[in-house]
Design a protein around this ligand. Structure first.
Ligand code: BG6
Length: 375
């Protein structure tokens, strides 16, 4: 899988490998009949999982954005408080963690120095540790108490794409497993979620059909030097990663922000020169998602009044958002907690085509490396 397989760059090949990465990460671990999730390698017994008081998630870069999405999944499905930290900050924040707590280290390479240091710090303070890694027998995978491997295959491009969506799937599997272990998730709910997980690869391939549209957007916006990416709740980490992708590969400045926070400052920036990418999907079966959707519609109306240019991600068939935004990319329906895995795809494609249109070395952006093994 490590060659370019006929694609012009590893990044676009890896974006198109996401359905396979999700399939290989999810399918071996779920049983629809038993409504069960099997995470053998986690190696933390049910009693300990039931006794957990708090979970820390520590990671760097894109992997931390997966952790931010995992925070919402674990809170919703298992009712356990989660803190998410930058690995590079964790080691200096003298974290008040100890026995009875779990620290999850998310790392594609399993070799990032900051994350390795955070793992060792957490272990020295008595915390149990789980690694979510894409490289078998990597340093962090070996030293953690338990591991959940993402089966995304080798990820060559410096900007992480298929590993990221596989990390979110792995976190969802863990959250579902934890929720079942703590009797927070019924068999029916578990079975519904497993059915939705198994549908993700096909939905990911469906979203990939927006590639040509993302290429057209990149052509239209390729000279813009600044973007604002907005998302609420579990969609905020996706806004963060969409902005990071754009920065990493196209050298265009972009900021990810919680949509509700734009009125406290960033709104002063929004005019015809600063395009806004807003995640405005809606899970109609989730009342909280519907409330957030209405707020997002109101935000889009406000941005248009300020002559802002709006690129929106909306749910398929949503004519309200598409009637307001300058461009709309449609996302297939899925439960709120799984939508982020689909939403990141157009943002990855947009960043990729912006980099190509700007004539840059997409797979090897300047000043960056695939795994920062030195602190
Ligand atoms: C950066 C990579 O160097 O390290 C990012 O460019 C990645 O894509 C980050 O998210 C963390 O790496 P890892 O291997 O710990 O997930």
């Amino acid at each position: 899988m490590a060659d370019q397989g006929g694609f012009p760059h590893h990044m676009i090949k890896e974006i198109f490998e996401q359905a396979r990465a999700l399939h290989d990460t999810i399918v071996p671990r779920v049983s629809l009949d038993e409504a069960a999730v099997q995470l053998r390698e986690v190696r933390i017994n049910p009693e300990e999982l039931r006794a957990l008081r708090r979970i820390n998630i520590v990671a760097s870069g894109t992997s931390r954005h997966a952790g931010m999405a995992g925070q919402y999944m674990i809170l919703e499905l298992a009712g356990v408080q989660v803190d998410v930290d930058y690995a590079s900050e964790f080691e200096y924040s003298n974290p008040l963690i100890g026995p009875g707590e779990l620290t999850i280290l998310i790392t594609q390479s399993g070799e990032t120095a900051d994350t390795t240091a955070a793992l060792r710090e957490a272990k020295s303070k008595g915390s149990r540790t789980i690694a979510i890694s894409n490289v078998v027998d990597s340093t962090i995978a070996r030293e953690a108490d338990g591991v959940i491997y993402t089966h995304a295959g080798p990820e060559i491009s410096i900007a992480s794409t298929k590993a990221f969506s596989a990390q979110m799937a792995a976190l969802f599997l863990f959250a579902l497993h934890l929720g079942q272990t703590r009797n927070k998730v019924s068999r029916d709910l578990a079975r519904n979620y497993i059915r939705e997980l198994l549908a993700l690869p096909d939905k990911t391939n469906a979203v990939l059909r927006c590639a040509a549209e993302c290429e057209r957007l990149a052509d239209k916006y390729h000279q813009v030097e600044d973007f604002l990416f907005l998302g609420r709740a579990i969609h905020y980490p996706i806004a963060m990663d969409g902005a990071l992708k754009l920065k990493e590969v196209s050298y265009v400045h972009a900021e990810g922000y919680p949509t509700g926070e734009t009125k406290h400052g960033p709104n002063a920036l929004i005019d015809e020169a600063l395009p806004v990418v807003i995640i405005a999907t809606c899970d109609r079966n989730d009342p909280a998602s519907v409330v957030r959707y209405e707020q997002n519609v109101s935000n889009i109306k406000g941005f248009k009044k300020q002559s802002g240019r709006v690129i929106a991600l909306a749910s398929e068939g949503d004519s309200e958002v598409s009637g307001l935004a300058d461009h709309t990319i449609f996302i297939p329906d899925a439960p709120e907690l799984l939508l982020p895995i689909l939403e990141i795809v157009p943002l990855q494609l947009f960043a990729y085509y912006m980099a190509v249109r700007r004539g840059l070395d997409v797979d090897r952006p300047r000043n960056l490396v695939k795994s920062v093994t030195l602190e």
